[in-house]
Design a protein around this ligand. Structure first.
Ligand SMILES: Cc1cc2nc3c(=O)[nH]c(=O)nc-3n(C[C@H](O)[C@H](O)[C@H](O)COP(=O)(O)OP(=O)(O)OC[C@H]3O[C@@H](n4cnc5c(N)ncnc54)[C@H](O)[C@@H]3O)c2cc1C
Length: 338
């Protein structure tokens, strides 16, 4: 197998913030077997490797001087079944929404609340994607990854993935692992969870009884109301994580701001809504040049067309500063900066 490595390729079509940077070398990885060869090739040339899936959680600030692997491997299959439980294997390059769509068409429950999240299957464990009360960790059975240094494959059980809020071993050890496949545990009788307030608001009487497909549609419709489509307005979804603070800090803020939005979290801690903090600081829809916060959701930063990655980061830093000054809370970036 020869590797068709292209040179000096624009990454603009491959990142949803539409940032214009170039990859010195770029390889479309269509088969997992290409990965080990690519590692050897890059090692011989002493090149750094970057992995891009759908580019929907990336801020590209400069040209990438090494080899970029664009994950495009395909394949979804049921590999085991017991009772109502089903183990589904999906390749890293599969579009996440294609997997969700496939699962609801098979009447398999578990992924419906994660409908319409951008990007690829391989990136889902990296930041433990989550939405509407469900996270990747809730459906993860195992993850097959390739170690960049040794070129060896390793299977991580869900526990070994060290999943946390938008975090995992793959994010912590970012330059070590390439996710190749994931195995998910889905269930033909998984309970339906539409308890999230935003979903409740959109449930119409006609949508009963709820199926996984209907919940998936409900989630998609709810997301469309508040998130910009990157094809129309470049963005990477939430730009900041919801900050986690002590119960004491949350109570202090609540006394000052009775409408503070909070979510329960573990160990006497409270999760605050980052979008609410930015909005309350008067920055919803705020625009500076080519960058701004989205009019309907302050947590989303948008590129109006010609912004650079550095301009977007400078804008984000400004938001962090203002929010910290006003509330004493530090917002942490959600996307990966390359
Ligand atoms: C409109 C919009 C809404 C969004 N909503 C949500 C949401 O509700 N919840 C949520 O969690 N996220 C959300 N996101 C963020 C994004 O969709 C997820 O983080 C997604 O998992 C990123 O996938 P990707 O393939 O685009 O990853 P990329 O942006 O390509 O990469 C992200 C990181 O993962 C690494 N990576 C990618 N593939 C692999 C691999 N195979 N092996 C190892 N590392 C890899 C990259 O190197 C990079 O560090 C949203 C984004 C947008 C644009």
């Amino acid at each position: 197998m020869t590797l068709n490595i292209r040179e000096n390729v624009s990454l603009k079509p491959y990142n949803t913030l539409c940032l214009e940077v170039k990859a010195r070398y770029l390889l479309l990885v269509e088969e997992a077997a290409m990965l080990q060869k690519a590692l050897v090739w890059a090692k011989q040339k002493q090149l750094a490797i970057s992995i891009i899936g759908g580019g929907s959680n990336l801020v590209l600030t400069k040209d990438l001087t090494g080899l970029v692997l664009l994950m495009r491997t395909k394949g979804i299959a049921i590999i085991a079944e017991q009772g109502t439980q089903v183990i589904v294997e999906a390749a890293a390059g599969v579009v996440w929404q294609d997997l969700v769509q496939w699962s609801v068409e098979q009447n398999l429950g578990g992924l419906e609340n994660l409908s319409s999240i951008y990007g690829t299957v391989g990136a889902a464990p990296v930041q433990n994607i989550g939405a509407y009360g469900v996270e990747f960790k809730d459906v993860c059975y195992s993850v097959l990854a390739l170690h960049r240094g040794t070129g060896q494959f390793h299977t991580f059980t869900a526990d070994q993935c060290q999943f946390a809020y938008r975090d995992s071993v793959f994010k912590q050890q970012a330059n070590q692992w390439i996710v190749v496949k994931v195995n998910l545990k889905l269930d033909r009788q998984a309970p339906i969870n539409v308890s999230y307030a935003a979903l409740q608001q959109n449930i119409s009487e006609q949508s009963e009884p709820l199926t996984y497909a209907k919940v998936s549609q409900l989630v998609t419709n709810t997301r469309l109301q508040k998130l910009p489509n990157p094809e129309e307005l470049a963005n990477v979804g939430s730009f900041f994580k919801n900050p986690i603070v002590s119960l004491q800090k949350a109570q202090q803020l609540m006394r000052q701001y009775p409408d503070l939005v909070t979510y329960p979290y573990q160990n006497q801690q409270v999760k605050l809504a980052a979008g609410w903090l930015i909005d309350k600081a008067g920055l919803k829809g705020h625009r500076e040049g080519q960058v701004g916060t989205y009019l309907k959701q302050a947590l989303v930063l948008v590129n109006y067309g010609k912004a650079t990655g550095s301009e977007i980061l400078a804008f984000a830093n400004k938001l962090q500063f203002i929010v910290n000054q006003k509330f004493g809370v530090l917002l942490e970036l959600e996307p990966v900066v390359l």
